[in-house]
Design a protein around this ligand. Structure first.
Ligand code: F6R
Length: 605
């Protein structure tokens, strides 16, 4: 989704903004822009549809300044275009604004206050900057005008705003509600960003902001005010991430790098959560809160939701805790009847997904305990849940999630083990989670080492097809849903992940000569059933690929999975499907890291 950067007090502002926007490219965008002021009264507003490279090409050598704001836009209100790109500027050319999020009542605000103002874009953001200018013209100071506008924005809105007044050009006015935003503390200068990765070259010390606060940011001062106007004192937190971790290195694409990093993610999780003696290093308060509950509700979106489906199996099969998994955007507006003592787990790589946050807000209002499992320290979902467990997967840059999915499953397994021990479930001692995750790491390594084979299968099966199917039963049904999402989102092949027993109830009508069908078989109970279903589609012309656990494999199965406990088969079975998606995308000529229409962190509902 949209990205925001800002800087005040650094003569290198143009490069800091452009570099920051480049670091945010992975989040998905369709246009970008920067505004800088050179303090001598000269303004530079440069916007471009397309890539940051196009914007960079437009920025001539005479564009310079020490304060500025920048933005990558993922279109919501109005098509991707230069006019709709941010920063937006008031008609009197005094105020410049960038915005992440959406203003629910912008049409009403426009009709009520701006009847006499001609707007040049279709965006909700322009309404905000024109309103600030109007109230300033009526005599309010910039801060008062900004606060007045924030007060007019309705409840449904979300925003991260950076406002610059060219009459006071080294001051940035910053505000946020629901959309992520951080202040970065520099030496003699300060920065703002929607994602710390954007500013790691400038600083590793960041201050989080809370909804409703506004910040007056100057080169050597940071004043945070709460909604009542009281000054808030908040210390920065330190981010250890090495900016190099967020680079591709020798890899052609982040997605391939991140697929390859999965064995390392398993080992990191073992190191962070499992002691030498096998005991699990998870806060006893968290385990007590879970043990006191009568049902776990896992809430998530997309790939994280699919990791939740595997989590349900782990919590129910290993420790007999009833568990439901819900799509966040559905739960928020159509919640199920809850049990008497629910415990909520939010799975979110980014920790910023608006749909999940909407549910967490309701959960907090109801006073229920919650845990966020996330890859991003101090992210919104992490700050707002009762407990947090981190994935330690390193930055995930490719839009399509890979290592976060396997990391989430591994951490769910560690949590299930810890809870089983806490609840003294006798059978949990048979589940040696460190040994299983080590097996997973080794198995993943075996599979990523077989890339050439999978690249060839992708070329044979997927290069020219219009559609494809993944099929499986029980745990394999959970896995095929993720495998199908991965393939469709990066290759644009219309792909369905299907419970193979359901095929005959309608979907088999879509099978034609050469339709690709991938059968995943890791569950002994249903292996023969899935094989029969695969035979049925084969008899109707399908081109079938079998991905099968070693103990269930036959000599003709094309991909045989290394051994692992069936409850964790997703950790290895998903790897060849991630590689199939990656190669299908490349072979069809797409930018696999930035699939069309998608954003890395979905911060609007
Ligand atoms: C797909 C993908 C998305 C995310 C979803 C939730 O590859 O990455 O489906 O899983 O947008 O995002 P997080 O996990 O950040 O809450």
């Amino acid at each position: 989704m949209c990205g925001i950067v800002g800087v005040t007090g650094n003569p290198n502002a143009v490069e800091i903004l452009l570099n920051g926007l480049e670091q945010l490219e992975y989040r998905g965008y369709d246009s970008a822009g920067i505004y800088v002021n050179d303090q001598k009264g000269d303004d530079y507003l440069v916007k471009e549809k397309g890539r940051i490279a196009d914007l960079r090409a437009e920025v001539s050598a005479d564009v310079h300044g020490s304060t500025g704001i920048g933005h990558t836009r993922w279109a919501t209100h109005g098509v991707p275009s230069k006019e709709n790109a941010h920063p937006h500027v008031s008609n009197d050319k005094r105020f410049y604004l960038v915005h992440n999020g959406g203003i629910g009542n912008f049409t009403e605000l426009k009709e009520t206050y701006l009847q006499d103002v001609t707007l040049v874009s279709e965006t909700d953001t322009e309404v905000i900057v024109q309103l600030v200018a109007k109230f300033a013209r009526e005599g309010l100071s910039t801060k008062e005008a900004f606060k007045k506008v924030l007060g007019l924005v309705d409840e449904s809105s979300s925003y991260a705003f950076l406002l610059l007044d060219r009459e006071d050009p080294d001051t940035l006015y910053v505000a946020k509600n629901k959309s992520p935003l951080l202040i970065g503390v520099g030496d003699g200068f300060n920065v703002v960003c929607s994602d710390d990765l954007a500013m790691l070259k400038e600083t590793h010390d960041f201050i989080e902001l809370v909804d409703g606060e506004i910040v007056i940011l100057k080169p050597t001062s940071i004043t945070i005010e709460d909604p009542a106007g009281q000054v808030v004192d908040r210390k920065p937190f330190h981010v250890d991430t090495d900016p190099a971790q967020a680079q591709k290195g020798a890899y052609p694409f982040y997605m391939l790098k991140e697929i390859d990093e999965q064995p390392g993610v398993m080992r990191n999780l073992i190191k962070e959560y499992i002691a030498e003696d096998g005991s699990i290093k998870i806060d006893a308060d968290l385990l007590k809160a879970m043990a006191d509950s009568d049902r776990i509700y896992i809430v998530a979106a997309g790939t994280s939701y699919h990791a939740g489906l595997v989590g349900k199996e782990l919590f129910e099969k290993l420790i007999q805790v009833p568990t439901e998994v819900h799509v966040a955007s559905e739960f928020a507006y159509n919640p199920p009847l809850l049990s008497a003592k629910p415990f909520f787990i939010f799975l979110s790589q980014s920790g910023e997904t608006a749909d999940s946050r909407q549910v967490l807000t309701q959960v907090n209002q109801a006073g229920y305990p919650s845990l966020t499992i996330t890859n991003v320290m101090n992210s919104t979902l992490s700050r707002e849940a009762t407990y947090t467990l981190l994935l330690y997967a390193g930055p995930e840059i490719a839009v399509a999630s890979t290592k976060a999915y396997t990391g989430q499953i591994a951490l769910e397994a560690i949590l299930a083990k810890a809870l089983g021990v806490y609840k003294q479930i006798a059978t949990i001692k048979d589940f040696d989670v460190a040994a299983e995750l080590t097996k997973a790491a080794n198995g993943m390594q075996e599979l990523v080492d077989e890339k050439g084979k999978i690249e060839k299968i992708a070329a044979d099966m997927l290069k020219d097809t219009r559609n494809a199917f993944y099929i499986g039963r029980t745990m394999d049904y959970a896995i095929v849903q993720e495998a199908a999402l991965k393939l469709k989102e990066v290759s644009y092949i219309q792909t369905e992940g299907f419970a193979s027993g359901e095929l005959k109830h309608g979907t088999i009508a879509l099978i034609q000569e050469n339709t690709p069908v991938v059968a995943i078989i890791t569950d002994k109970k249903t292996a023969n059933h899935t094989r029969s279903n695969a035979q049925e589609v084969k008899a109707r012309g399908a081109n079938v690929l079998y991905i099968v656990s070693r103990d269930l494999a036959t000599p003709t199965d094309q991909i045989v999975l290394p051994e692992i406990t069936p409850l964790l088969s997703a950790l290895v079975a998903i790897v060849p499907t991630q590689l199939l998606a990656y190669y299908a995308s490349i072979q069809r000529g797409y930018d696999v890291d930035k699939p069309r229409n998608l954003a890395k962190s979905v911060t609007v509902e």
